[in-house]
Design a protein around this ligand. Structure first.
Ligand code: SF4
Length: 400
């Protein structure tokens, strides 16, 4: 049985998309090829963390003993940033951005420069907004863990803000091109963060927000309902069960396009060249046999139907051939729909006799003299008879 650590949003999403890819990442610990847009996101996140962290004021935390000490009132309304001045000047912010820059994963110097310019522009506009409207975070880039109905979970939450009503707002920054309110409403990541924050903080989560950095737009949604969280918990339960059972089958899909492990995956792995000639012959043979099989099946069906029509016209069951005789056989079966049978039995106080509702059980009831005759008649009326004709070859033992 595979050991299982706390599940993060991205780990559970990976497992649900493809268990084998999850194994490559989290069991075999294979590295992924760096990608420029991920590097870019990491750099922007780290600069935002440094910019916003000085605004943090503590909030009431859940502890094993109850709730922790410090509250916003004790700390003062504006936290550590005094006099309304931002913690960094504009120039310090740009210098920090330059120092934090990483070049991993960009496909060309031009692409790297495009991202670098985008990040500078985005951070400067964010900075102006921050000066005008100072945030009220209670934490930034916080690593939270919880046990959620038996499932250990964890995650790094970009920001948790105080709402005007004294509740909490979970904020996740997004550097992606497009983002909508619908994304916030449907985000499993925000749902998981809601659970993490509610497990660690005393105040209620009042908003879940995806913050679109390119347009400085917060896409907000109300907290998730207990039903919707239950649905997510059930999906995480599937992940935990699968990992514990070491169920790591490949599941091909759109995610394969960005999977770095195709050369190891049975769905994509190339066959060694010395084997490929022999295998190609085998696969080609299989393919032509399959086609022949389909052709023969439909020809057999057409011939049997024609023989059946001839037998009907002649009123016989045996048709002579050169090497034997074809014998027509009849197979009868009865169907009793459960939706009709069950209410009849229940009304007669015999609901427990329904069993699995199979045809044989109903036929037994119809033969049972202890079942009232009227009920047997009505049960019998729910049935419909099916007749199937088929042919057997009688070759007089020649085949043996
Ligand atoms: S290539 Fe596709 S099926 Fe194979 S491991 Fe990667 S995601 Fe899974």
């Amino acid at each position: 049985m595979a050991a299982i650590g706390p599940l993060s949003y991205s780990s559970s999403r990976t497992y649900l998309e493809c268990p084998l890819r999850w194994k490559f990442l989290y069991v075999d610990r294979l590295p992924e090829v760096p990608r420029g847009y991920f590097t870019f996101g990491r750099v922007v996140h780290s600069v935002l963390e440094a910019l916003v962290r000085p605004y943090v004021v503590p909030a009431t935390r859940r502890t094993p003993e109850g709730e922790s000490q410090r509250t916003l009132d004790e700390w003062g309304a504006r936290g550590a940033v005094g006099g309304g001045r931002p913690p960094l000047t504009r120039e310090e912010l740009l210098a920090l951005y330059d120092r934090s820059w990483l070049s991993d994963g960009y496909v060309s110097p031009e692409e790297e420069e495009r991202y670098r310019t985008l990040g500078r522009d985005l951070l400067l506009r964010y900075y102006q907004r921050l000066v005008r409207e100072p945030p009220r975070p209670v934490s930034v880039e916080e690593h939270l863990q919880a046990e959620w109905e038996g499932i250990p979970i964890h995650g790094y939450v970009d920001r948790i803000d105080r709402t005007p009503d004294g509740g909490l707002e979970v904020v996740d920054y997004k550097t992606s091109r497009e983002l909508s309110r619908e994304d916030a409403r449907g985000s499993d990541q925000l749902s998981l963060y809601q659970v993490l924050v509610e497990s660690n903080y005393a105040e209620p989560v009042e908003r879940l927000t995806l913050y679109h950095l390119r347009s400085l737009t917060p896409h907000r949604s109300p907290p998730r309902s207990p039903e919707s969280l239950q649905d997510l918990n059930a999906r995480l339960g599937t992940v935990v069960d699968g990992i514990r059972a070491e169920a790591f089958e490949p599941t091909p899909g759109p995610q394969c396009a960005r999977c770095d492990f195709r050369s190891r995956c049975p769905e994509f792995r190339e066959v060694a060249s010395e084997e490929s000639g022999r295998l190609r012959t085998l696969v080609d043979r299989f393919e032509s046999l399959r086609q022949e099989e389909h052709r023969l099946e439909s020809e057999l069906r057409r011939t049997a139907e024609e023989m059946h029509r001839a037998a009907e016209d002649l009123g016989v069951h045996r048709l002579p051939g050169t090497r034997g005789v074809a014998v027509r056989r009849k197979e009868e079966s009865w169907q009793y729909p459960a939706t009709a049978v069950r209410p009849l039995l229940e009304a007669a106080g015999l609901g427990e006799r329904f069993g699995t509702g199979g045809t044989e059980e109903i036929r037994r009831l119809l033969r049972d003299p202890h079942v009232p005759a009227e009920l047997r008649r009505r049960l019998s009326e729910t049935g419909s008879r099916r007749v199937r004709w088929y042919w057997e070859l009688d070759d007089g033992g020649a085949a043996a």
